[in-house]
Design a protein. Structure first.
Ligand SMILES: [Ca+2]
Length: 377
């Protein structure tokens, strides 16, 4: 028996209440955090009248730049803060990039904070080969005049969530170091987060190793903390993001608009497209992060399914892999012969911990993204 969601518009609780899995569902509902009942709005459609409040945790990053622009241009979303983390490039670059992008968009009202400079326990691996030496495709932008707030990313996220329990969704489009640090330092905060929407992971192979997607590869231990925290998760991984590939026609539309955001986006994406044409894997133009933000604006963009996702942290070749179970039993690897005590029997009940994006409508996505950036929506 598989437990698949037919659409992304039901909360897990609603799904379980209406599914035909009887006693199993009752057990699962009983096990869900109380927060799910207190705040069943995690999956509802945002609108300009009732914008969805979000914090963007990010490592800009060329596709992060598009995601930030899209969020700042969308009345369905209210960006409460932007927090920077090391990933595509070190935080010494991602933080000024976040400040630059907000400044270009004319949104100097948004607090921006610097976060983790290294993963929890690993050395930082970056992706300058994709994002250019400065994280913005190598395009030179003036130094930002906007300054970061005095609080760290962890302090800012913690304060905002605690002051607005159940109200602010976290959109995490970089390695999960900052978010894991928040959850580890303040475990009770998990109940106050209605949803974490993650760009990362994959059910169908990685992009850094055959197993791991970049964000999870960089900090698998952080990802494991986040996936195990009991917060409702949506995972927007390579299964869908590698199906939204920016094309020449899109870049031309960005370049053709006089809008400041569109001009900046056009320069960044022209540089990235050129990079793609010079031997780098064509998926460098995958719009990973903007698709993740777009899914909050238009829930019909993605097809979601319930999964139990484990994050591999031990593997010599597989660390950062997301292992998704669509049904029980969720088995771990076979125990070693000398294991003491022996491994318990596999859990025969199904406990999904994430909604995973398994389908996408690419044209619908670009029909949303490009007009928002050109200022023609
Ligand atoms: Ca990113």
């Amino acid at each position: 028996m598989t437990l698949r969601l037919k659409s992304g518009t039901h909360t897990r609780r609603e799904f379980l209440a209406t599914s035909a899995v009887g006693a199993l569902a009752a057990n699962l509902v009983g096990a869900l955090p109380a927060r799910a009942a207190e705040n069943p709005k995690g999956s509802t459609t945002a609108s300009p009248a009732t914008p969805r409040r979000i914090i963007i945790d990010t490592d800009p990053g060329v596709d992060d730049a598009m995601a930030i622009f899209l969020a700042l241009r969308s009345p369905e979303l209210k960006v409460e803060a932007i927090t920077a983390v090391s990933g595509n490039v070190p935080r010494e670059l991602t933080l000024p990039n976040a400040l630059r992008l907000a400044e270009i968009a004319g949104r100097t009202d948004i607090p921006i904070a610097g976060g983790a400079s290294v993963p929890l326990v690993r050395r930082l691996i970056t992706a300058k080969y994709v994002h250019g030496v400065n994280g913005l495709g190598g395009v030179d932008f003036p130094a930002p005049t906007l300054k970061p707030v005095a609080e760290s990313a962890v302090e800012l996220i913690t304060r905002l969530i605690r002051a607005n329990p159940g109200q602010i969704t976290i959109v995490a489009v970089g390695p999960l170091t900052n978010i894991a640090t928040v959850l580890r330092a303040d475990p009770a905060i998990a109940r106050m987060i209605p949803e974490i929407v993650i760009m990362g992971g994959s059910l169908s192979g990685g992009n850094v190793t055959p197993a791991a997607e970049f964000n999870l590869y960089v900090d698998p231990e952080a990802a494991r903390i986040v996936f195990d925290a009991g917060v409702p998760l949506t995972m927007v991984g390579l299964d869908v993001t590698e199906k939204v590939l920016l094309r020449e026609e899109h870049v031309r539309l960005l370049e053709a608009s006089n809008d400041k955001v569109s001009q900046a986006a056009g320069k960044i994406m022209r540089a990235t497209l050129n990079r793609a044409h010079h031997g780098i894997d064509a998926t460098v133009i995958a719009m990973h992060d903007p698709l993740t933000v777009a899914s909050l604006i238009d829930p019909k963009l993605l097809k979601l399914a319930d999964y139990y996702v484990e994050v591999e942290t031990e593997g010599e070749f597989t660390a950062g892999m997301t292992v998704g179970y669509a049904h029980a039993p969720a088995r771990a690897s076979a125990p070693y012969a000398n294991a003491n005590p022996p491994q318990p029997d596999p859990d025969l009940s199904f406990h999904p911990n994430a909604r995973v994006a398994v389908g996408v409508d690419p044209e619908r996505f670009f029909n949303l993204l490009i007009p928002r950036l050109t200022g023609n929506s």
